[in-house]
Ligand binder design. Structure first.
Ligand code: HEC
Length: 125
């Protein structure tokens, strides 16, 4: 019984960190041609002001997609909304599962985004 509870807790933890299905996300991103602006590899956007998505944090990607979508729905509240004419239209047609899957796919791609630790915070011997 205890083993079952522990197993389901572990399963719960692993599914929250890996919510999306990246294979389905790749398919959906291709279908929606997200690469036409963000670049084939999602790190070479067609315009330097368009964000690099490859390797971005999955939870951040999901949050932004939801914010763009919210801007076009009744759920609109300023704090949780990103109003952008281009991305609003892109996100409006995505379901929550689509957004989770796409976020997982984009986060799994190799990209130049990185956390650069501040040297003063790194403990040296
Ligand atoms: C017509 C060009 C275009 C297309 C197609 C497009 N995007 Fe975007 N995307 C943009 C632009 C421009 C921004 C920056 C918008 C802003 O300033 O909020 C952006 C922003 C984003 C962001 C936020 C990134 C960040 O760092 O904040 C995500 C995530 C994203 N796009 C995902 C997608 C996905 C997924 C698709 C396909 C469903 C897609 N985009 C299709 C132009 C595009």
């Amino acid at each position: 019984m205890n083993k079952l509870i522990i197993a389901s807790l572990l399963l719960g933890l692993s599914t929250t960190s890996q919510a999306g299905d990246k294979i389905a996300g790749e398919k959906k991103a291709n279908e929606k041609a997200c690469f036409s602006c963000h670049g084939k590899d999602y790190k070479s956007p067609i315009d330097p002001t368009y964000p690099i998505l490859a390797g971005q944090h999955e939870d951040y990607l999901l949050a932004t997609l939801k914010q763009y979508k919210r801007a076009s729905t009744a759920e609109k509240t300023a704090a949780l909304t990103r109003t952008n004419a281009i991305m609003g239209g892109q996100a409006a047609g995505l379901s929550t599962k689509d957004m989770e899957d796409i976020a997982a796919y984009l986060a799994s791609l190799p990209g130049p985004l990185a956390i650069n630790p501040e040297s003063r915070l790194i403990k040296t011997k």
